[in-house]
Design a protein around this ligand. Sequence first.
Ligand code: TEU
Length: 552
Amino acid sequence: MKKTNWYKDAVIYQIYPRSFCDGNGDGLGDIPGIISKLDYLKELGVNCVWLSPVYDSPQEDNGYDISNYRDIYKPFGTLENFKVMLDEMHKRGIRLIMDLVVNHTSSEHPWFKSAISDKNSPYRDYYIIKKGRKNGTKAPNNWSGFFGEGAWERIGDSEDYYLRLFAKGQPDLNWENPKVREEVKDILRYWLDMGVDGFRCDVITLISKDQRFKSVFPSLALRGRKYFVNGPRLHEYLHELYKDVYVNYDCMTVGETVLSTLDQARDLVIPEREELTMVFNFDHTDTDNHFGIKWFYKKFKLKNLKKVVNKWQHGLHGQGWNSLFIENHDQRRCVGRFNTDDKEYREASSKMLGTTYFFLQGTPFIYEGQELGMTNGDFEKLEDFVDVETYNIHALGERIKILKPFLKKTLFKCSRDNARTPMQWDDSEYAGFSNVKPWIKVNKNKSFINAKKEIEDQDSVFHYYQKLISYRKGNEVIKEGNYIDLLPHSSKIYAYKRELNGQEIIVVSNFTNKTVKNPLFNKLNGYKLVLSNYNNTNGTLEPFETRVYQNY
Ligand code: TEU
């Protein structure tokens, strides 16, 4: 199969199905709802969708806990609905990548049920099951997981424990077992043969665990991570999937590589190594926290952002492909995070952030609602939240008293539910998302942030994103050009140049709420202004102003 590298020209829109559009009036988004909005996506201009999990699942972690990899969660629709959606997307020139969650299954998956109910089950070895210490009264080692809990769960009153790096209902699969790898390949073929165009591979850097299962020196969070992140057989497993499956399809893969360094990520995406097409790196979303843990919040500084963007733009140029994103279903909204969501500047800020990442090298991803400048949820009390991680972290604060005051400040602000509030289609009671009360609180600001209003207003964030997307189309400078940070020492302005064979594009963004002097202004003779969020051409930049120039 000839690989066409179509992903280099893609702009990918992420749909979080629960929150996108409710087509059957039960308060939960679904596939018929998505179908009804495909013309909206076409109008926006994106040419690929990443769909967060729609597989059958008890929904302990909103579908990232899969109980049947070959069927659809009923409240989201049927396999027939799915096929119609895929077909309707393809008719509109929109490809589809699925979320592949194979580090773990749901504890409701028949493999796991069999594995824990019978010690001789052929599925026992599909999971990581170990004898506990001290006659089973203590977990096999002291590792802890991603959701603020220990990483092991005791199986009934036996001496055995299963490993789960996320919620209790998300047992980790044992990739050492070749049968597990064959199962994964079959799942991949099933969806690829149906016509899907690739996969976003959930926590893919966790699939290989150091088989010594050693305890580590105690630390507060993610104890043992050096033994389960980027484990010893990761590259081997990914290459195996590539040569046995991906090679036969014109598909792409994007790996979610939590806690990976640039060097580790580069090895995953160098095309000759045949592992992944691109990865999601989180260095930039970690610029406002300590130790890569979002609850240890620190104030955002532009210089830190530039440092990591520079590192990744240079580090992968000519070697492997970048992904570009500023939001997803695990991150709070970008406005109000990297700048401001104050009413006065929200629109300018949204456009400025969109511009700043859209002209970098790589494939841009847009998370649903980002193109409207949607903001964090307006949650008032703990009961407004749904996310399992949020509740686990809250419980951790109750258990470990010294964390409590700290978490009090960050829990609401950093909860993943901030990005999971219903998509704001119009200003009606449930924002046009549903005609009954949705599963999670609708943001009151739907009265002035909504798709209907923005489509009617030519100056809206929506229309600005439309321009960003169409500007990228077929643009070789953005696709292949060099990247140069023009003002590395400025803590206010992010300015960079992209250059290819003498053709140049320059992006200048003011990250402050003050009017500042544009130090590059005199050097821009011969360039024309092609895009901006204010109608200025002078030598100063208004609050959150962004401008794009080109010399050709
Ligand atoms: O996310 C993995 C992941 O690392 C995040 O959950 C992260 O740890 C968390 O947001 C930090 O606070 C993926 C999915 O994107 C996420 O939605 C799932 O919950 C998780 O894997 C488990 O499948």
